[in-house]
Design a protein around this ligand. Structure first.
Ligand code: ACK
Length: 981
């Protein structure tokens, strides 16, 4: 860095009497005048280049006073002037014969004036002020060879202070041998510079060396000031103390102290000293200095999207739109679009049209009724399902489910719609079929590797596959299952030389595919060296399950308690929506069930509750089954002025006794009291002519048990839950009316063409003669053992709580597609195993949460079972939030044969959930860090353990310990009362 400005440069130019600058500084010309005795001599240096010098060497003569003077030197901007002298000075000792006359110094003087002195002005030494006496550091020395070697001395002196416009320099020789090679006159300055993207001009320091000159910088081109940029110029020409800064403007980045424009393909949206960024995905910039990249065609940026975000586009249409309908609610469920457009802010809008055949026969569509109710809402749905309430029956609705994201508004593309037309007269849509062929890849003595082709279906969004298998000889008495994400699996733990039956189904977001056909494969012959290790594991896991389940059940009570509040609030807020539970009569309601047996004359009850039908209005089509009292037929009811209704007609066969007639008609006087969409509707009775008939609404799909058995695996979980929901609606209605069914079972639920399930078979609610499942108990009653709660079997205590037990069994039947509860176990074994604490395991593919609900219904202590309205609100919640059912019960499940083999029920809650439930969530990490990862592990914790893991507040220690203690106490109580888990 050049920090000196030369005023006067070299003596070589003296020869031409002009001395000029040739550097990047202003030209300063002057000349040296020889006054006395000095000679201008040109010598050759070592490289043989000529050196122009002024010399004087009168060492032999005393009293020398020889002067050399410069021309007038303009001060320019200089405040402090420096003179650098380069010279040789001969050592007096090296000169033979010199006496005391030889000197080894010379003097430097100066004279300042505002103007050059007139040429004729006489030189007067007295006018000059002395700067210093200059001595040599080096001198001419003699070498051994007698050559003279030139040694150059360099000395710098400050001249001044110079305050006038210019000055002269003068050199006084007093008897030395000097050769003056160059005189450089300069002043110091801070050079122009760039610092922090600001330019600072060349600056001359203050005369006063202790004070700095403050200089303000100017931002470079395309930069903007943040804090005023400043530098201070020091006396030595150094820039000091940089302050403030400039930053590159938008579209520009810092490079080598300047702000350069971003290259094409790059952008910079904000001012600042960051680099230009490459254009995000799906965008580009063609010009330099881009402040934003423009989205490629068909892609967009939402207003709130940062410029660094890739451009996105509207999503594709939702997929796998399915519907499920019952009398009160219509559920639409779909899976997210295959292409989200690159965004994660997808929401869904439901657009609804009602399309009816007009007079001309053409279908006319118009927007749906404004009072159609959507839960959670029709627009801006964040989940992938919606419930539609208050729709008209026997109508065609077309629902468009539109997927939108943050750029949908900006796109000109067609709307991303999935459509479904729902006839509120028809059933919901079933899941896809499974078309794969299952192959055996290889087999060992205890394993078989299978593979199959991927399901090729429109709904083939396979989440995973379920492989169900069992020993052929055992039939389906005990089966196992496993899951795999890929279309292949190695099934292990098999028996040697055994034929196994396999069938596979896929799970899609819309539900299961149907099962593949059965495939039979055989394991290889036994390898005697390999031992079976599977047994031990089962026992170990079973032994830790108890505490977990206890906590699960306790928390479940809390949850259902909350659900109750929710449903009540909902019912209160919107009267219309009580249709969801249509016909539901609250506890405090006026309507209660009247037992027909309390009538002195039962025919009076029939008259009161059932309408007499003229038999000529009944048109019997065919026989559909056989009842205890006679055939069951299907037909039509033709009441003049009314639309024909499909009906089922139960007949009382001829030759009956009076008692039989009363028992037969008793059912009509019971059903006649009910009015609920999930209870079979009584159309009327024929009592005044023969045959005596009970006419009820016709249910196209007959009994739920056979209906499910013939459609194994064909429904989504949501559809099955929809069925259970309907049954719970009916049972809530019954229990609210104070009616105890006593024979709730899938066979006594009828299914209509829309999959709506209705509770039926009321006639036998006291004497279960009719039910083939009913068996005589020790107390003499006839009871369907597998469906009946222990206290009802043991001492005839039937209640809504015993109906809740039966409801749990119905849940199990539904989730296992009509499997027989407890399979082929004898009734006696069922009673004993229940008594010993065994409970049915979860059916394969059953959401964990549903099995927890079943277990809750099967509590030995009937007061601890859920009320039907608890069940209902719980199912409501599941339907509105189907993702809660994603956790499935996995792996091999078979009915245990001993208490030790009881399966470890999957954890419903974690340590985290438990802590949340007691509002101690802040200690989650303490528990986990201390190794308490399961609920079983906390069951033995003492207060010291709780302190040790870092719970310091006494109140919190107490709350945690008392929760653990109460759980422990309940476990003890349950074990005492025989409920083993
Ligand atoms: O299992 P299912 O097909 O359904 O066979 C029995 C049979 O009659 C004897 O009860 C069927 N059934 C009873 N009531 C009705 C009804 N309301 N609609 C249709 N089928 C019915 C039942």
């Amino acid at each position: 860095m050049i920090r000196h400005t030369h005023l006067y440069y070299s003596l070589k130019d003296v020869q031409i009497r002009k001395m000029c600058h040739y550097s990047n500084h202003k030209i300063v010309c002057c000349c040296l005048l020889m006054l006395t005795q000095w000679d201008a001599i040109t010598e050759m240096d070592e490289q043989n280049r000529p050196i122009h010098t002024f010399q004087v060497c009168h060492v032999m003569e005393p009293n020398q006073n020889n002067w050399l003077r410069s021309g007038w030197i303009q001060r320019q901007a200089a405040q402090r002037v420096y003179v650098e002298l380069r010279f040789t000075l001969r050592d007096c000792n090296s000169i033979p014969w010199v006496s005391g006359t030889c000197k080894e110094t010379f003097n430097l003087f100066y004279l300042q004036t505002d103007d050059p002195l007139p040429a004729a002005t006489r030189f007067r030494p007295i006018d000059y002020a002395k700067v210093d006496t200059i001595a040599a550091d080096e001198s001419f020395t003699q070498t051994d060879l007698g050559d003279r070697v030139l040694r150059l001395n360099t000395e710098v002196r400050e001249v001044g202070p110079v305050t006038q416009k210019g000055f002269y320099l003068a050199f006084q020789d007093v008897g030395a041998c000097i050769a003056l090679v160059s005189v450089k006159v300069f002043y110091k300055r801070c050079p122009s510079t760039l610092r922090n993207l600001a330019a600072f001009p060349e600056t001359v320091p203050h005369m006063d060396s202790s004070s700095l000159v403050e200089v303000r910088g100017a931002c470079v081109e395309n930069a903007e000031e943040r804090d005023t940029p400043k530098l201070y110029c020091g006396a030595d020409g150094d820039w000091l103390v940089p302050l403030g800064r400039c930053i590159c403007s938008i579209g520009h980045e810092e490079m080598d102290g300047h702000c350069r424009a971003c290259k094409a393909g790059f952008f910079k949206a904000n001012a600042g000293n960051v680099k230009c960024s490459k254009c995000p995905l799906r965008s580009s910039s063609h010009d330099q200095a881009a402040t934003i990249c423009h989205c490629d065609k068909g892609f967009y940026r939402a207003i709130k999207d940062p410029p660094t975000m890739a451009c996105t586009r509207p999503p594709s249409a939702p997929r796998n739109l399915v519907s499920l309908i019952n009398d009160t609610a219509l559920f639409l469920q779909w899976t997210p679009p295959a292409n989200t457009g690159g965004r994660n802010d997808i929401t869904y809008n439901i657009l609804c049209q009602r399309c009816d055949g007009g007079d001309s026969g053409e279908t006319q569509c118009e927007p749906c009724e404004p009072d159609l109710h959507f839960i959670p809402r029709p627009l801006g749905i964040t989940g992938t399902s919606v419930a539609v309430l208050d729709f008209a029956m026997h109508a065609n609705y077309t629902f468009h489910v539109e997927a939108v994201n943050g750029v949908s508004e900006l796109g000109v593309a067609a709307r991303s719609l999935a459509n479904i037309t729902v006839n509120t007269h028809q059933a919901g849509v079933l899941g896809p079929a499974f078309l794969g062929i299952v192959k055996k890849d290889w087999a060992t003595y205890n394993s078989i590797a299978l593979s199959w082709s991927e399901v090729q279906q429109p709904h083939s969004d396979i989440v995973d596959y379920e492989v169900k298998y069992y020993e052929k000889e055992q039939e389906q008495l005990s089966y196992s299952s496993t899951r795999t994400k890929f279309p292949s699996v190695v099934v292990t733990g098999l028996r040697p030389s055994t034929v196994y039956v396999f069938h596979v189904r896929g799970r899609t977001p819309a539900g299961y595919t149907a099962y593949s056909p059965n495939f039979e494969f055989t394991t290889a012959a036994e390898d005697p060296d390999v031992a079976d290790q599977g047994q031990v594991l089962v026992v170990v896991t079973a032994s830790v399950g108890g505490f977990s389940l206890l906590v699960i059940l306790t928390l479940f009570l809390l949850i259902t308690g909350r659900c109750q509040g929710y449903i009540k609030a909902r019912m209160k807020s919107e009267e219309k929506r009580t249709r969801f539970h249509s016909g539901h009569v609250p506890f405090s309601g006026i309507k209660t069930y009247v037992d027909p047996d309390t009538y002195e004359d039962p025919t009076q009850a029939v008259e009161e509750f059932a309408k007499e039908i003229d038999p000529s209005c009944i048109c019997i089509d065919r026989v559909i089954g056989a009842g205890e009292f006679g055939e069951v037929c299907s037909g039509r009811l033709r009441i003049p002025g009314r639309k024909d209704i499909a009906v089922a007609i139960k007949t009382l066969k001829g030759g009956y006794m009076d008692q039989q007639r009363r028992t037969f008609l008793r059912e009509a006087s019971i059903i006649g009291q009910f009015s609920n969409s999930n209870i079979i509707r009584l159309e009327g009775v024929v009592t005044r002519s023969r045959p005596v008939m009970i006419v009820v609404e016709y249910m196209e799909n007959g009994g739920l048990d056979t209906f499910l058995r013939t459609r194994d695996g064909q429904f989504t979980v949501l559809q099955l839950v929809g069925m259970l929901h309907g049954i719970a609606v009916g049972m809530t209605y019954l229990s609210d009316m104070g009616y105890v069914h006593r024979d709730l079972a899938a066979r006594n639920i009828l299914v209509d063409e829309n999959l709506v399930c209705k509770v039926s078979d009321f006639g036998m609610s006291r004497v279960l003669e009719d039910d083939s499942e009913a068996a005589y108990t020790a107390t003499g009653g006839k009871i369907p053992i597998r469906w009946t709660a222990p206290e009802a079997i043991a001492y005839g205590k039937f209640s809504s709580a015993s109906d809740a037990w039966s409801y749990g069994i119905v849940m199990w039947e539904v989730m296992s597609y009509g499997e027989r509860p407890y399979w082929e176990m004898s009734n006696q074994d069922v009673i004993l195993s229940i008594e010993e604490g065994y409970r049915l395991p979860a059916p394969i593919g059953c959401p964990v949460i549903l099995h927890q609900l079943m277990l809750h219904c099967w509590q030995k202590e009937y007061s601890q079972r859920p009320h039907f309205n608890d069940v209902l609100s719980f199912l409501d919640k599941l339907i509105i939030n189907p993702s809660s059912m994603l956790a499935l019960v996995n792996d091999a499940i078979s009915f245990p044969d001993s208490p030790e083999d009881m399966p470890d029920y999957p954890l419903f809650i974690s340590i985290g959930d438990w802590l949340d439930s007691i509002k101690m969530s802040q200690y989650k990490s303490n528990f986990l860090a201390a190794g308490y990862t399961t609920l079983d592990s906390i069951s033995t914790m003492s207060i010291d353990d709780v302190k040790r893991i870092g719970v310091c507040l006494i109140g919190h220690q107490r709350r945690i310990i008392s929760s653990i203690q109460s759980l422990r106490l309940q476990l003890h109580h349950i074990q005492q009362s025989g409920f083993q888990v």
